[in-house]
Design a protein around this ligand. Structure first.
Ligand SMILES: [Zn+2]
Length: 251
């Protein structure tokens, strides 16, 4: 049976001499493994579309244990991302995040669109790269089912408090009165940071380039939501993140 779907290649693992096993996040089928015969051969017509980060139309044959590549037609190869170390390391982080939460048979249209539009924006390098990372991280959490509740106190519902804490495990804010009743890891968040996080969770990618944010706010959001993500994804080792934190001092 042949299946058609859009997809973005997350990984291309060498298999035998010139074959590749692709990990593809598809719009229709979720994340799947695809056997791409001859796809690592320099003469292969599938070579371009089988590169990590390439966004393509796929035609796949569904076999008993895995999909086999029948045809791949690149829509956007995101080639420029591979020539820019900053953009590439951020894209690698996005790949690791997407790879962690996606599974076969479970499509996630909103996450797919977020991923594709974020790669495109990174390639065009419009706006503050730190804000691109934060917008992706927050919207990624939202579309993967880990959205933090930042509209008011998670326990009593109030919208006003002189100070706020984010309860990391429960994923919600605690007002000044409820902070004593809660256990677990909690991090303070300023009102400005909460407002910015709520904004980044809904802002359109094209509007991001107009946004100017003080580095201290970015740092505060980074510290809290990277930790938050690690707790909810139950994963702390992100190869791309170690590298990213090294080069990030420069922008
Ligand atoms: Zn409360």
């Amino acid at each position: 049976m042949l299946v058609k779907t859009e997809g973005i290649v997350l990984k291309n693992m060498k298999y035998k001499e010139s074959d590749g096993i692709l990990t593809v996040f598809t719009r229709k089928l979720g994340k799947i493994s695809v056997m791409a015969r001859g796809a690592r051969n320099s003469k292969s017509q599938h070579l371009a579309g089988a590169q990590p980060l390439c966004y393509s139309d796929f035609v796949l044959y569904k076999g008993k244990s895995m999909y086999t590549l029948n045809n791949v037609d690149p829509i956007h190869n995101h080639y420029k991302l591979r020539e820019d170390l900053d953009a590439l390391s951020i894209a690698s982080f996005f790949i690791e995040l997407v790879d962690t939460v996606t599974i076969e048979g479970q499509s996630n249209n909103r996450l797919f669109t977020l991923f594709e539009e974020s790669l495109g924006a990174l390639e065009r390098k419009k706006g503050d790269l730190s804000l691109h990372i934060l917008r992706f991280l927050l919207q990624f959490l939202k579309y993967s089912g880990y959205e933090p509740y930042l509209k008011g106190c998670n326990q009593c519902g109030t919208g006003s408090s002189s100070r706020w804490l984010l309860n990391m495990e429960e994923g919600g804010l605690l007002c000044q009165h409820c902070q004593g009743n809660s256990s677990g890891i909690a991090k303070p968040l300023s009102k400005k940071t909460i407002r910015l996080a709520n904004f980044l969770m809904v802002i359109d990618i094209e509007d991001l380039k107009e946004l100017k944010v003080h580095p201290t706010l970015i740092k505060e959001l980074d510290d809290v939501f990277l930790r938050y993500m690690m707790i909810h994804l139950d994963r702390t080792n992100f190869k791309s993140l170690d590298f990213l934190s090294k080069i990030r001092r420069d922008y």
